[in-house]
Design a protein around this ligand. Structure first.
Ligand SMILES: [Zn+2]
Length: 155
């Protein structure tokens, strides 16, 4: 499949998600110089034991209390200078309620604790599809917060 953005096959960003090169940004008058374009990591990448394990280590390394994690995600994903796309080329507009929706109405703090505690252990089974949105939002926040870390998630 040809990458929608750089028109290349294969393209690591379209396969794994992440930041596309400045010179491959889609033509759009709304982009300002320096704005970033991030491709959403697809389910087939997010829902793997290795991706889950590397993301768990990164979250654990933040050294934040579990209740602060959703705020931390919000600080990075709701920014004017970053535009998210799916690899298909469609815009990913992150809803105001996306974090609440991802983590459950009452926010699943226990899941965050369990996730952090699992750091260093590769799960035997692939993560369930119902946590895809959690993993996606965490991964995107890392792509903004520390791309040098996020780059290794799908290695
Ligand atoms: Zn590409």
């Amino acid at each position: 499949m040809i990458c929608h953005f750089c028109r290349r096959v294969p393209c690591t960003v379209s396969l794994n998600g992440g930041e596309i090169c400045q010179d491959r940004k889609p033509a759009n008058d709304n982009f300002q110089r320096g704005d970033r374009v991030l491709i959403v990591p697809p389910a087939r990448v997010l829902l793997t034991p290795h991706y889950y394990a590397r993301l768990a280590i990164a979250v654990s390394n933040l050294k934040l209390p579990r209740r602060k994690i959703p705020d931390w995600i919000a600080d990075y994903i709701y920014r004017e200078d970053i535009t998210f796309f799916f690899a298909s080329g469609s815009l990913y507009e992150i809803d105001d309620e996306e974090i609440d929706y991802a983590f459950g109405g009452d926010l699943s703090f226990r899941w965050i604790s369990d996730f952090k505690r699992s750091a260093g252990t590769i799960p035997l089974n692939s993560p369930h599809h119902t946590i895809e949105l959690r993993l996606r939002l965490l991964a995107l926040a890392f792509w903004i917060h520390s791309p040098e870390v996020a780059r290794h998630f799908a290695r």
